[in-house]
Write a protein that binds this ligand. Structure first.
Ligand SMILES: C[S@@+](CC[C@H](N)C(=O)[O-])C[C@H]1O[C@@H](n2cnc3c(N)ncnc32)[C@H](O)[C@@H]1O
Ligand code: SF4
Ligand code: SF4
Length: 309
């Protein structure tokens, strides 16, 4: 007689995360539907923008130099590399202005690009410590990719009262990144959106200071580097300034506007290539053209000088 196979129940290893995944999915689907309704021109007229730029937290992009070239980087480091740093005097001015105005920052985050590669990284941390001496409750954090010897050597020198957030990158591919260079303005789904709504980055991560000035968030400053709209403020904006003009112009280009909030990595689609919508392609192209023209003019000026000599 042939023996019938017996169904032996297989005991799967249990992960508590799996239990909550369907609930999380439903919650984020609901948030997405609410977001679509909330950012429409009509709802925004009635309720005002969904998010307000922070008055308590600031993210400072001190450099656009990086030793990685992550696809879809939200500072366009791989898409448009540039040796552009914030000056030490700008940081000094920020600290002076903050103290003079009695501004108590809950958090100051130092980013980029890769912040540890700024040629004056340690003097910048010293300046920020001057602020922390005035307001010991302020949490200062350096956000680093933690990649390579030079970066890790510099991280060891960070003063102990400054925290380090090491994102521990190991290469240029970050599958959980959002499609940052897919501009909502290129998508008919956002035809009726009011872009002043921004996203939770400007409210929860902080407003931004970049080599081009102050912005509703640091990402917006990175967008303006490419868009060339010069919307950065030279001085720290007053607390009653929502910076809505800059948000309206720059959030329309920002891929983060699409969701409007940060979802846990398990909830995000896997992104394995550089995505780009037509407005971004055109902006990168025109930037390249301008740069070539500038180089040509500089070369010509040099030739003219040689001829004069
Ligand atoms: C621009 S990076 C600068 C600091 C440092 N270079 C790093 O990668 O940790 C700041 C943060 O933005 C995240 N980020 C950059 N592009 C992103 C994107 N398209 N989607 C989601 N997060 C992104 C990075 O992982 C990092 O946590
Ligand atoms: S390491 Fe950070 S700044 Fe550098 S390319 Fe990657 S995400 Fe952008
Ligand atoms: S949509 Fe982009 S630019 Fe606008 S607040 Fe969010 S991250 Fe900043």
């Amino acid at each position: 007689m042939v023996e019938q196979p017996v169904d032996i129940p297989v005991r799967k290893s249990f992960s508590p995360g799996e239990l909550f995944l369907p609930v999380l999915r439903q919650w984020y689907a609901f948030k997405a539907r609410y977001r679509n309704f909330r950012i429409s021109a009509g709802t925004t007229r009635l309720l005002g923008p969904q998010y307000r730029r922070s008055r308590e937290r600031i993210e400072i992009d001190i450099t656009y130099v990086c030793n990685l070239r992550c696809l879809n980087c939200n500072r366009s480091i791989s898409q448009a590399p540039e040796k552009l740093h914030i000056s030490l005097s700008r940081i000094r001015q920020f600290v002076d202005e903050s103290i003079a105005r009695g501004k108590r920052w809950k958090g100051i985050r130092v980013l980029g690009g890769e912040p540890t590669l700024h040629p004056e990284f340690l003097p910048i941390t010293e300046e920020l410590l001057r602020y922390q001496q005035w307001d010991p409750d302020c949490i200062i954090t350096v956000v680093s990719n933690g990649y390579g010897k030079a970066v890790n050597e510099m991280l060891k020198k960070v003063p102990s009262s400054i925290q380090i957030e090491n994102t521990s990158k190991t290469g240029n591919l970050q599958p959980s990144f959002g499609a940052f260079n897919v501009a909502p303005v290129d998508d008919p789904k956002f035809a009726n959106a009011d872009f002043r709504n921004g996203c939770d980055i400007m409210e929860n991560c902080g407003m931004g200071l970049t080599p081009l000035g102050y912005y509703p968030c640091a990402v917006a400053g990175g967008i303006d580097r490419i868009a060339g709209k010069n919307l950065g403020s030279a001085a720290l904006p007053a607390d009653d300034d929502d910076m809505l003009g800059a948000a309206s112009e720059l959030c329309r280009l920002c891929g983060h506007f699409r969701d409007g909030h940060c979802a846990p990595p398990e909830m995000r689609p896997i992104l394995l290539k550089q995505e780009m919508s037509p407005t971004w392609t055109a902006m990168f192209e025109s930037r390249k053209t301008i740069r070539l023209a500038q180089r040509h003019t500089a070369d010509q000026a040099q030739k003219d000088e040689v001829q004069v000599e």
